[in-house]
Design a protein around this ligand. Structure first.
Ligand SMILES: Cc1cc2nc3c(=O)[nH]c(=O)nc-3n(C[C@H](O)[C@H](O)[C@H](O)COP(=O)(O)O)c2cc1C
Length: 217
């Protein structure tokens, strides 16, 4: 098997969480002797090359972050440039997000499950997992630790059944967080979170209050 992997995040590769996840996933592919070529849509100049790889190959995986409950706008724009192919091509997805609960990725997953049909190709399933907000702010060692579970999913994908196997479904984790955890998070959001965000913003050189609004004339 040879897989074309497309990072569908608008974020430049260096800062993209999806990119770190792909690095771990492809380790799993390599472990199982599967070759791959990887691309990212964040640089529009590479779109022609990516489209060409999509046309010439039959195993395609789009890895993407959830943006505002669904697919990033830039990825939609890229997808609109793809030509129709036939069922010899299989299109699978790796959908990842910030918030941890599986339930909030289901709208995106549903959208993605319809997409192969529009492109005339076969659907290979969608790997769904949240809790990835912080990857890019961790040091390299921690990033590797946090993204390590995706390696096993690369190994699973290499076996050829896409993401339809039970192991892939379980990978999502909890559909809903437990009630005590939800209450704890609500408390944290109402108390510490604003202060933490303000501190992070200040470390990036922003000293204006985060709820500041520019008033119109
Ligand atoms: C504009 C924007 C919208 C987002 N919307 C959601 C969302 O609706 N739900 C969620 O869980 N995470 C959301 N996130 C978090 C991203 O899915 C998460 O941080 C992801 O790991 C980013 O991957 P990337 O760095 O490759 O773009 C959003 C992030 C951004 C920048």
């Amino acid at each position: 098997m040879h897989v074309v992997i497309i990072n569908g995040s608008p974020r430049v590769q260096k800062y993209s969480n999806t990119e770190k996840i792909i690095a771990s996933f492809t380790k799993g592919l390599s472990e199982k002797g599967v070759s791959f070529e990887a691309y990212a849509i964040s640089n529009r100049k590479s779109w022609e090359m990516i489209r060409d790889a999509y046309i010439k190959n039959e195993e395609i995986l789009i890895a993407l972050p959830l943006y505002v409950e669904c697919v990033p706008g830039l990825l939609l724009e890229f997808l609109e440039t793809l030509p129709k192919k036939d069922e010899h091509t299989r299109l699978s997805f790796l959908l990842q997000s910030g918030f941890a609960e599986g339930c909030q990725l289901r709208c995106g997953e549903e959208f993605l499950s319809k997409l192969p049909g529009y492109l005339g190709v076969r659907y290979g399933g969608c790997l769904v997992k949240g809790d990835n907000f912080g990857i890019r702010v961790l040091d390299e060692e921690k990033q590797k630790q946090v993204t390590k579970p995706y390696q096993a999913m690369g190994e699973l994908f290499a076996e050829g059944d896409g993401f339809f196997r039970e192991e892939a479904k379980k990978f999502t984790g909890p559909e809903y967080l437990s009630l005590p955890m939800r209450l704890l998070m609500q408390f944290a959001f109402k108390t510490f979170q604003k202060k933490i965000f303000q501190k992070v913003a200040a470390s990036w050189g922003c000293n204006t209050p985060l709820d500041y609004k520019v008033l119109g004339n």
